[in-house]
Ligand binder design. Structure first.
Ligand SMILES: [Mg+2]
Length: 186
């Protein structure tokens, strides 16, 4: 995780537009052995009943690159879970992110340490925060369809905006402090 400020735990190490845009070779080169994906708005639209072919193709490509792939979701959608169950990728639904319990359980299933895993998701307050709490590498992607979200997620988005605002305030205050120190050193 990035630790540049006290808010660092809420922010990802990297950002990408979609899961297709993540530089997976770079992750491998930095020692990552497993990639864990959020489901809703990261690899599926909210309410989808199955994963798109492109996502399964991506997972197969990652597997052939030597990465383990897992899915960690707060979703309770049993229809898509029934679809995911038949895929050869470990998954955990109803994971209660940002609780560390679900992260630990999928890491154990993938047989990797937190430092060997990257979490890829669209939400700062669940995917990024939970993974950062365990010191995993974090990648935030843009939500596939920001208009279609679970009500609780909409609340989280307000939290995200507040965090971004706080970070800007913090950076501003730090700049003032640096300027003051610089003046003192003259
Ligand atoms: Mg999501």
């Amino acid at each position: 995780m990035t630790g540049s400020s006290f808010l660092g735990i809420f922010f990802p190490d990297e950002r990408a537009t979609t899961v297709e845009d993540v530089d997976y070779q770079k992750l491998i080169d930095s020692g990552i052995k497993a990639v864990i994906f959020d489901l809703d708005n990261t690899i599926a639209r909210w309410g989808d009943e199955r994963l798109a072919e492109e996502i399964i193709d991506l997972f197969e490509r990652l597997t052939s690159m030597g990465l383990k792939v897992g899915i960690l979701s707060n979703s309770r959608n049993e229809v898509i879970e029934d679809f995911v169950i038949d895929l050869p990728f470990p998954h955990l639904f109803n994971a209660n992110k940002p609780s560390r319990k679900g992260f630990r359980s999928i890491l154990e299933e993938l047989d990797v340490s937190p430092q060997e895993a990257a979490m890829i998701g669209d939400q700062l307050l669940t995917d990024v925060l939970g993974a950062n709490r365990l010191n995993m590498f974090t990648v935030r992607v843009e939500p596939i369809d920001p208009e279609m979200e679970y009500r609780f997620t909409k609340l989280n988005r307000i939290g995200e905006k507040t965090l971004l605002f706080l970070r800007e305030v913090y950076r501003f205050l730090r700049r003032i402090k640096e300027a003051a120190c610089w003046n003192n050193n003259l």
